[in-house]
Design a protein around this ligand. Structure first.
Ligand SMILES: C[S@@+](CC[C@H](N)C(=O)[O-])C[C@H]1O[C@@H](n2cnc3c(N)ncnc32)[C@H](O)[C@@H]1O
Length: 324
């Protein structure tokens, strides 16, 4: 799945740095998103806690880490049956396709009906791990056929080629390991954790909220038939998962509160030189915060020559460390 800010390509760099600082093998991935960091950490042998404001994130983490071979075998049989379902007219059909009222072209009517049917059948599965694995496969399938330009805050006016393909679950890869997953605002989770762990935070760094951009995954997982308002039909994300990291007036204090609340000795933060809060401000306001490493992320100017020195307009991915 394409996920804004995914750390898939940066994981090795992040964990090479973390392992230079601490040998602790329990980590809280506090803004887990697509679960890419959690999966990488599990593959390195960490005990992983994954949490995010959005529920689909915790389902992906639980469904893609530590699924046993027996559970995978059971899930494979379900996938064959799920892919053979004819489709029913449910929430996705009534709200998110070319035949819904109003028409919202996120999916073809045939795929929307298949999504509804698959979701209804997954709900009947009693093994929570198998269920989350199938939801994870369903999210990936949904991502392949959704008629969007990546994020889900809007749909395209004409069906693109991939949206016309059949909604089909595949047997997605999993990693071995230990995972506990949560749906929490990070600040609310910290007080209930009382053991030694590494806190890794990969928060949004600009105003772009994740709720409206991934509402289809959230509704698929929650299966709660929310009110779908207006042209885009986006659920009430402001009430559910509005993030203080995306609000300049709130962001710095939010960082400070997290640092105060956590019992972790080491807090690693992924951030960006284009973030709402500058590195200078973070260092001034959060005692002990330092820049551990940085990586060139994008050059603004046409000159991409490696020989050219970095300048102010280059964008950097930061890995920050606060040691308490
Ligand atoms: C940059 S993405 C994380 C990407 C993730 N590391 C990955 O590799 O896929 C930021 C995530 O932070 C989550 N988030 C935003 N505010 C949060 C908060 N207050 N508590 C927990 N999660 C939050 C968003 O829902 C989003 O999934």
């Amino acid at each position: 799945m394409d996920y804004i800010g995914s750390k898939t390509k940066l994981n090795k760099w992040i964990f090479d740095n973390i392992q230079k600082i601490t040998a602790t093998k329990t980590i809280l991935d506090g803004c887990a998103g697509s679960g890419a960091v959690s999966r990488y950490a599990a593959s390195l042998g960490y005990d992983v806690m994954a949490s995010d404001l959005m529920k689909f994130s915790s389902v992906i983490a639980n469904g893609s880490i530590g699924v046993s071979d027996i559970q995978l075998e059971e899930a494979k049989k379900h996938i064959v049956k799920l892919n053979a379902l004819k489709g029913i007219k449910g929430f996705f059909y009534n709200n998110f396709c070319d035949k819904s009222t109003p028409a919202r072209m996120y999916f073809t009517a045939e795929n929307a009906m298949r999504i509804d049917h698959v979701r209804q059948e997954i709900e009947k599965i009693t093994d929570a791990k198998v269920k989350d694995y199938l939801l994870f496969c369903g999210i990936e399938a949904l991502s392949r056929v959704s008629n969007t330009a990546g994020v889900q805050a809007a749909y395209l006016k004409k069906f693109k080629a991939r949206a016309l393909e059949r909604f089909t679950l595949r047997e997605e890869n999993v990693v071995k390991g230990n995972i506990r997953s949560y749906t929490y605002n990070i600040l609310d989770l910290l007080p209930v954790l009382n053991k030694d762990y590494i806190l890794y935070l990969d928060p949004p760094y600009n105003q772009r909220q994740y709720g409206p951009n991934y509402h289809l995954y959230e509704t698929f997982v929650r299966n709660d038939s929310p009110v779908a308002n207006g042209t885009t039909g986006i659920r009430n994300w402001k009430a559910e998962c509005k993030s203080s990291f995306c609000v300049k007036k709130e962001c710095l204090n939010f960082f400070k509160e997290i640092v105060k609340e956590t019992t972790a000795k080491y807090i690693f933060i992924s951030y960006n030189s284009d973030g709402l809060i500058s590195l200078d401000e973070l260092q001034k306001e959060i005692p002990g915060l330092k820049l551990l490493d940085k990586m060139l992320y994008r050059r603004y100017k046409a000159d991409t020559s490696d020989k050219r020195k970095y300048d102010e307009s280059d964008l950097f991915e930061y890995l920050l460390l606060v040691e308490k």
